[in-house]
Design a protein around this ligand. Structure first.
Ligand SMILES: Nc1ncnc2c1ncn2[C@@H]1O[C@H](COP(=O)(O)OP(=O)(O)OP(=O)(O)O)[C@@H](O)[C@H]1O
Length: 231
């Protein structure tokens, strides 16, 4: 699924205290690619991907458009945005955001359960196998290492087979072996399942594995977003 943003601005607060986190951003991300979003702290990376995924809403402007997989999500109501995210987008955050009272399996099942969709246990276990967390499925997050928790969060994002995966510093809290595995998993989502993966990162290894690097500076996209690395 391609993701297109046209003239997207996002201002937090009002008056003198206001912050323009995004300033008329134009962007086109091809479907089935892995894109790294990089830039200094506070440059607007998280705000950008949150807007692209319908988690945050841009400033109102008649020329602003966010189109995901052909669907224009600009101007959708909160309920419509919730449904859009549920059906099309998977999220992985640095703070894993697992529900502490649920087991790994229940956390992974949660998005589908909330959507009242059938859970295929065999497929869940196969995914857990691939991620190396099968033996942890009946454990709660506080009984797992940080790397295992992040892999559960990734399984939760991948399990509903979303077309777009948004990951905000998914490897930030992980040791280098685990972040390498996590990155490999996201890379496979693109190569084998044609998902579109957008990763906010400070990690040059993520940029190396990406098809494209988007650089954000002061709420704007830098023009030199040519492909880097060997992919
Ligand atoms: N909810 C909010 N209320 C007010 N200001 C905000 C809010 N969220 C972000 N900002 C401001 O908007 C700007 C962009 O923030 P954003 O989190 O998108 O940057 P970032 O590039 O992701 O930073 P980092 O790499 O540190 O996570 C910053 O100046 C930040 O302080």
């Amino acid at each position: 699924m391609a993701v297109v943003a046209a003239n997207v601005s996002r201002t937090y607060g009002a008056g003198e205290a206001s912050v323009k986190a995004l300033d008329r951003v134009n962007l086109e991300i091809a479907g089935g690619t892995l894109v790294a979003v990089m830039g200094p702290s506070g440059s607007g990376k998280s705000t950008l991907v949150h807007c692209l995924a319908g988690l945050d809403v841009p400033d109102k402007d008649p020329s602003t458009r966010i189109v995901v997989g052909g669907q224009d999500i600009t101007g959708l109501s909160d309920d419509q945005l919730t449904r859009f995210r549920r059906d099309h987008v998977g999220f992985v955050f640095q703070a894993f955001n697992l529900v502490p009272t649920l087991t790994a399996r229940q956390n992974i099942e949660l998005p589908l359960s909330l959507a009242a969709k059938q859970v295929n246990s065999q497929r869940l276990e196969a995914l857990a196998d691939t991620l190396g967390i099968r033996s942890r499925l009946d454990h709660r997050p506080d009984e797992m290492s940080g790397g295992q928790q992040q892999r559960v969060a990734i399984a939760r994002a991948l399990f509903p087979e979303p077309s777009v995966i948004i990951a905000d510093e998914p490897t930030g809290a992980l040791d280098s072996t685990t972040s390498h595995e996590v990155l490999g998993m996201l890379r496979r989502s693109v190569d084998e399942f044609n998902q579109t993966v957008v990763i906010v990162t400070h990690d040059p290894r993520v940029a190396q594995a990406a098809d494209r690097v988007i650089r954000v500076m002061d709420g704007r996209i830098q023009p030199d977003d040519a492909p880097v690395g060997d992919r």
